[in-house]
Design a protein around this ligand. Structure first.
Ligand SMILES: Nc1ncnc2c1ncn2[C@@H]1O[C@H](COP(=O)(O)OP(=O)(O)O)[C@@H](O)[C@H]1O
Ligand SMILES: [Mg+2]
Length: 450
């Protein structure tokens, strides 16, 4: 069993960025993107200009060497294994449709050589568990959900309530998708069967919603619960993210979607870009996780106590060079993220220590501050949207919206904006009061303990 990387687990580590160039398909002309070494690749644009990118690892040498499914897994296996120690891990595949994201993450689930990261991860976890000698007991659960047009759907169930699931914060488990089916996984064949069922549901949707699978994000999560001898419990999870195709909005709009659909589909990916940028620029500042379902669902696997690998999937074709460049630029931005990987949380039977309560007070304050900032941001977004719609309506029907053309003729719009400001202030006050109550409660419990 490989345990490489465990020594870094409690240090400061960069997000790992890996690029993978798939082999060319038959009618494709290569000459767009090519690997130069195991860490550098070159993109030649259609105007002949060329750019080089360097990442932690690059797969796809013209010889085909070093680009097998097993080679990709060896880049991330330490992240997989760290879930047994209570860490969260995330492996995300980014790239345009047809670049190899699903192949990399799922591959051919049944084939020993072609199976992707998912089956390999479960096998590796099973091996890691069998080699544990401290008497810990483990439970591994699988859940598969899809995010399409900002709506979360359970792919392991068709039952009532399997659509429009909500992202919630659980005290013990962290971020969860409330109501998503979690199935205990005890062996590989069970996992393969369940995953095939889940991915088949995704494909069924794609025939009715115009190839939705290339526009939806699929989150496959393995949660690990470790019961240590003595009663403590550790929680870790590994999320494999098959992102929607990163092609530009003009392409998706050209395929018959409405403007609103196009906007919703792109919302998650652009929100992910903003979170990546914020984490890279100022990880201790405000990170806009709440701006999309995807970033909110991944909140505790993108920053903080988490380890992440981003796999940028690339087409070698010259015709795809512009899309590949944009994917690789996303990878370069992600490379700048420094994650401070803290020790994993272990629940103990008696856990009311001074340090823990102080930590919880800080967490509550941060949560409330974050909530207040999110509210202000949401109001700002609504106001911008309002102004944009007014301008559009005014251009189409001059004089229809009095507040826009002539404030003296219609005070309705300014009053509505004023009301929104008042509501924001009131909501912030409520948030602050809630925080104060929680802090008072925690401090009084601490005083009671000492
Ligand atoms: N590294 C690779 N080696 C061999 N075939 C690949 C590789 N990457 C992708 N493919 C093939 O290319 C096609 C498109 O890949 P897919 O994973 O479906 O793309 P995406 O999920 O990004 O839309 C599939 O037929 C897949 O089997
Ligand atoms: Mg795919």
């Amino acid at each position: 069993m490989v345990r490489s990387g465990e020594a870094q687990i409690c240090g400061i580590s960069n997000v790992r960025v890996i690029a993978r160039v798939r082999p060319p398909f038959q009618p494709e002309k290569p000459g767009g993107t090519a690997c130069l070494s195991d860490s550098t690749l070159e993109v030649v644009s259609q105007d002949g200009s060329s750019l080089h990118f360097t990442f932690d690892k690059v797969h796809g040498l013209p010889s085909g060497a070093g680009n097998t499914q097993a080679d990709i897994f060896s880049d991330v296996q330490d992240i997989v294994l760290s879930t047994l120690q209570g860490f969260n891990g995330c492996v995300m595949a980014y790239g345009q449709t047809g670049s190899g994201k699903t192949y990399t993450l799922a591959g051919d689930l049944d084939s020993n050589t072609e199976q992707g990261l998912l089956t390999r991860s479960v096998k590796h976890l099973a091996q890691g568990i069998s080699e544990m000698t401290d008497g810990s007991e483990f439970q591994v659960h699988l859940s598969v959900v899809e995010i399409y047009c900002e709506s979360i759907k359970d792919l392991l169930s068709d039952g009532p309530g399997s659509t429009s699931l909500a992202v919630q914060q659980d005290k013990e488990l962290g971020i969860i998708i409330a109501g998503a089916t979690k199935v205990a996984v005890t062996n590989e064949s069970e996992l393969v069967e369940l995953t095939q069922q889940g991915l088949a549901r995704r494909t069924v949707a794609s025939t009715s919603v115009n190839a939705a699978s290339s526009r939806s994000h699929c989150l496959i999560t393995l949660t690990v619960q470790r019961h240590l001898p003595g009663g403590s419990v550790m929680h870790g999870k590994l999320t494999l993210v098959d992102l929607a195709g990163s092609e530009r909005q003009d392409k998706t709009l050209a395929e018959g979607l409405t403007f609103e659909e196009g906007k919703l589909i792109n919302k998650s990916l652009s929100a992910l870009g903003n979170v990546v940028k914020a984490l890279a620029d100022n990880p201790s500042g405000h990170i806009p996780y709440r701006n999309s379902k995807l970033t909110r669902a991944l909140q505790d696997t993108l920053g903080g106590k988490a380890r992440m690998a981003l796999i940028i999937c690339c087409s070698p074709a010259a015709a795809n060079a512009a899309e590949t460049l944009s994917s690789l630029r996303f990878g370069t931005r992600a490379k700048g993220i420094m994650t401070s990987v803290q020790a994993p949380a272990v629940e103990t039977p008696a856990d009311s220590t001074h340090a823990e309560i102080a930590e919880r007070v800080e967490a509550v304050c941060n949560e409330v501050l974050q909530g207040a900032r999110d509210m202000i941001e949401e109001v700002r977004t609504l106001r911008e949207e309002n102004a944009r719609l007014q301008a559009q309506a005014n251009a189409a029907h001059p004089g229809l919206i009095p507040g826009h053309v002539d404030n003296a003729r219609g005070a309705g719009v300014p009053i509505a904006l004023l009301l929104m400001d008042v509501i924001t202030v009131v909501m912030c006050l409520v948030a602050v009061c809630t925080a104060v109550c929680k802090v008072v409660d925690l401090v009084s419990r601490w005083m009671h303990n000492v």
